[in-house]
Design a protein around this ligand. Structure first.
Ligand code: PBG
Length: 326
């Protein structure tokens, strides 16, 4: 049956009809809000390349997490910026570092209402800015696993609800799983940054987290963005090693991978709408080149439609406000 019997526009005529046949919906439940935690008190330092986002001291992070909760966002993911960095990233697994203190403060304030996830990586904590131990200019894999596991266990001890390794070392999910179990945290879920590309879109984040590598780049451990089959291998390995949630990152440039992953895997799937995706949209909106709210919602619904269950996004609060307003 074709035109004129079949008229696709019939169901687009009113907003009520459009609502009735809408295939994909967004909810604040889908969102995870990233927070950058710094030492100190009453610190709220705006991040230049990410309008609306700031580095927060623990007390301020508690306030902002409260705003997220108020609009229905169930989870935050914490990134830490320590006051001193060294070759082994020791602040990553220090009980007194910003992330560990933030976990305790957030759990104390919000209990189980807020899911506190932590990013497990070394790049914010090492003086060279790489995600692992560096020897003769190479990022070592196996010895890095020990430090990552120490960091994950330290987050768990502080009370984290979930850990999210983002380093892209081989075998880290299995190793961290074992070490968590050994320390008595067999019930703590792992969200694996499984397919993470070496992406230019992390640029603004590296300003936010002060984590740009001092030499070279991350291409020897993060994936080549040209590869999709390799991404599926990464997801499979993480599933086999015991990941509870798989993640693809960045989201907007990998909608095809999100769809492939949704079709091939049954674990919950997360996608990270990264800093560069956020900044591009903010910049264009600031210039009046894009309608901010519409572009934000369209970018998010596309990620959901591709198949992601969860979206890590700097828009979490703004988008949820808009959703609630409706
Ligand atoms: C840490 C990490 C990065 C991001 C999340 N975890 C930076 C990187 O790998 O360089 C990027 C997040 C973003 O751009 O919003 N390894």
């Amino acid at each position: 049956m074709g035109f004129p019997e079949r008229r696709m526009r019939r169901l687009r005529r009113t907003e009520t009809l459009r609502r009735m046949v809408r295939e994909t919906r967004l909810s604040p439940d889908d969102f995870i809000y990233p927070l950058f935690v710094v030492p100190g008190q009453k610190v709220r330092t705006p991040i230049g390349a990410m309008p609306g986002q700031a580095q927060l001291s623990v007390d301020e992070a508690v306030k902002t997490a409260g705003e997220a909760l108020k609009v229905g966002v169930p989870a935050v993911i914490l990134f830490g910026i320590p006051d001193k960095k060294d070759a082994l990233g020791t602040q990553a697994y220090s009980d007194q570092a910003p992330v560990q203190r933030a976990i305790r403060a957030l759990k104390k304030e919000y209990g189980n209402d807020l899911c506190v996830i932590t990013d497990v990586c070394l790049c914010e904590y090492t003086d060279h800015g790489h995600c692992g131990i560096v020897e003769k200019g190479e990022v070592l894999n196996d010895s890095t696993l020990e430090l990552l596991a120490k960091e994950a266990v330290s987050h768990a001890k502080a009370g984290a609800d979930m850990v999210a390794p983002s380093d892209m070392m081989d075998g880290r999910i299995g190793f961290i799983r074992e070490e968590l179990d050994e320390a008595g945290f067999e019930d703590l879920p792992i969200m694996a940054y499984s397919a993470k590309h070496a992406s230019a879109f992390y640029g603004p984040f590296r300003e936010a987290a002060e984590s740009a590598p001092k030499f070279g780049d991350r291409r020897s451990y993060q994936m080549d963005s040209a590869n999709a089959r390799e991404a599926m291998s990464e997801l499979l390995l993480d599933e086999e090693e015991g990941a509870d949630i798989l993640m693809i990152k960045p989201a907007g440039t990998n909608l095809d991978l999100i769809r492939m992953a949704r079709d091939d895997f049954d674990l919950p799937l997360a996608a990270y709408q990264v800093s560069g995706e956020y900044s591009m949209l903010k910049a264009a909106a600031e210039r009046g080149w894009l309608d901010h709210d519409r572009a934000m919602m369209e970018s998010l619904i596309a990620i959901r439609r591709a198949g992601a269950d969860l979206i890590l996004t700097y828009f979490a609060i703004e988008a949820s406000r808009l959703l609630k307003g409706r």
